[in-house]
Each structure stands twice: as C-alpha cells, then as structure tokens.
Design a protein around this ligand. Sequence first.
Ligand code: IMP
Ligand code: ZN
Length: 341
Amino acid sequence: MMLERGLDFVSMPKIELHAHLTGSISRQCLHEIWEVKKAAGKTDLEDPLLVMPPGRHDYDLKTFFPLFSSYIYNLVNDAGSLEHSTKSVIRDFARDGVVYLELRTTPRAMPLAGLDKAGYVGAVLRAIEDAQEEAPMLHTRLILSIDRRNTLDEAGEVVALAKLFRDRGVVAVDLCGDPTKGDVSLFTPVLEEAKAAGLKTTIHFAEAEASASEAELSTIMSWMPDRLGHVIHVPETVKRQIAELSGIGLELCLSCNVHAKMIVGSFEAHHFGEWWRVDGPIVVPCTDDVGVFGSPLSNEWRLIQKHFNLQREEILGLARKGIDVIFAGDDERERLRGVMW
Ligand code: IMP
Ligand code: ZN
C-alpha cells in the first residue's frame, strides 16, 4: 500500500534486532497486569498509567534504569505476567509489520513466584512459541543479556542458560545495563566461552561517555562481536576500525537516543546519517525500548525517511541488508528474502 511520500512503513516487512523485552512492554499491557493484581490484592504498586503517563517519553540515563529496578520488575514478577507481557510485546511487533524479531532479556529469578533464572527463560520461550502460533508471519529468536553489574559467576550463568536453551531459539548473548556501572573487562572469559560454544554476541557499545573509555572500547573490540548496539561516543580511530569490519551489524536506536538525550541535537544529528552509507558495517534501525520511548519500528523508518531523505529503493535496500546480520540460520534468511520487499 502506498502513501503520498511513497511507503507505508507499517505494511513494509521489517526486521527488529535490538528490543529489550521488559522495555518493550506497552503501558496498556502493564496496566492490564496491574489491574488484575490489584483486584486480587496482590500489589501495592501505583497504576502504571500514573507512574508512566501516556505521552511521557523523556526518560534519560538517570531515570530510565530505576524505572525497571524499582517499578516494572516488581509488577512483572511471576510466570503469568511474564508470559502475558511477552506475548503482548510480540503481538505489538507483529501488528507493526515486523516479520523477524530478536528479543533480548536479562534472566531474572522471581523467588516469590518460585521461578529461578532457568524458569524465567523457559517461560519467555513458552510465550514466544505460543505467539508464533498466533502470528505465524513473525518469527522470534531470543538473546540473553548479561547485565554490566553482574558478577563473573552471574554472567557465566547467562551463557550457560543460552547454551541450555539453544535448541529452543536462544541465539546469542548481549551485554547491557546501566553504562555508568561495571567493568566490562571482567566478562572477557564468558564472552569467549559463548563464542566458543557457537553463540553470537551483540554488545552495547559507547552508548554514554562513561562507557566509551579507550580501555572499554578496545576490550569490546577484542571480543570481535557480531553486532554493536548504539555506537555513539566513538573516537575516530575506533570508527575507522569498525568501518573496516565487513558484515558487522550496527543496531542504531534513533528515538531512544534522542528522547534520552544520549546524543547532542535531534534526529537530523543522529549518527545514522554518518553510518548508513558506509560500505562494511550493516546498519539496522531498532527500537530498543518501545514501551518507554513510544516509537514503534515503523515510526523509526518514517523518521529516517523524514530526516535523512532516503529514497524508496534506499529504504527497501537497507531493510533487506539487515537480513545479513540476523542471528538465525540460512533457512530463516531465505524466508526473509522471500517476504521482504
Ligand atoms: P529485560 O532485560 O527484558 O528486563 O529488559 C530491561 C533491561 O534491559 C533494563 O533493566 C536494562 O538493564 C536493559 N536495557 C534496556 N535498554 C537499555 C539501554 O538502552 N542500554 C542498556 N541497557 C538497557
Ligand atoms: Zn539496548
């Protein structure tokens, strides 16, 4: 279906590669979970629609992380709400025209609900399997996240879970979390273990000044990750290094970076403009946390067209290039080559 400027971005089949599960839950879905728990006397939390008023998207690095640790994690705290919210997230992506989704999540024990981290991953995978039956056009894979605040043992547990659940659709390991916390060099042995086991890796990279020291960036580059997320505060020497890496994926999250003031200026100043034409790396526009920043993937493409003036063929070509950096196998790539315009 065509609109006056050429493309209907909802109908356009799209790939989403950087979406944090909990950050992708819509406020309406959180509200529904809250309503049920409130009626059953199972929560004292305030209504999510009051805590995160619809239309508020200006969460920055100081307000963003506490939103999870002090609120959403206390609401989505049992297998039922976890599975319900996971299905809701996948349904939202399907309605937005996403045909391939890599969701990522940090395994989290829910002791009050009797769920350990393996139980958490199992519940998410069950929900993914159910959602796949409901919306067969959207295929979903799972990435397990190591949090920067993890100990080496906790990070090792994430890799062990990724290996354990590989045959149910876990494809990779991510490193995320508050960029002002932690020392990433701690994780070198577990990242090496993940790679040795044949898992893919994607790493949050230079998303804040605090996580862009020369030491941190060179440690991460030494892991030779398959994809990098954000790629904001990157010195010229490291940019040149990335530019020479043929086939590395760059997951760029425009609305998140603008709303959270992670870049100076607005959309037209986003480094998407700098990277999308560069030959080696493959740029993939992503939402990061659509529940928080409120911009679905179709809107990210609309913003790209608006602020960077890409032509129809350039947009479709870029969207299709994303197929090369998905973490699923050749069968899935073939399917996507068939369904993407
Ligand atoms: P979850 O892993 O499914 O619980 O998704 C939410 C978590 O993802 C947050 O608690 C953060 O640790 C992480 N996260 C979400 N967005 C970002 C980001 O932009 N940078 C780093 N970590 C993030
Ligand atoms: Zn992220």
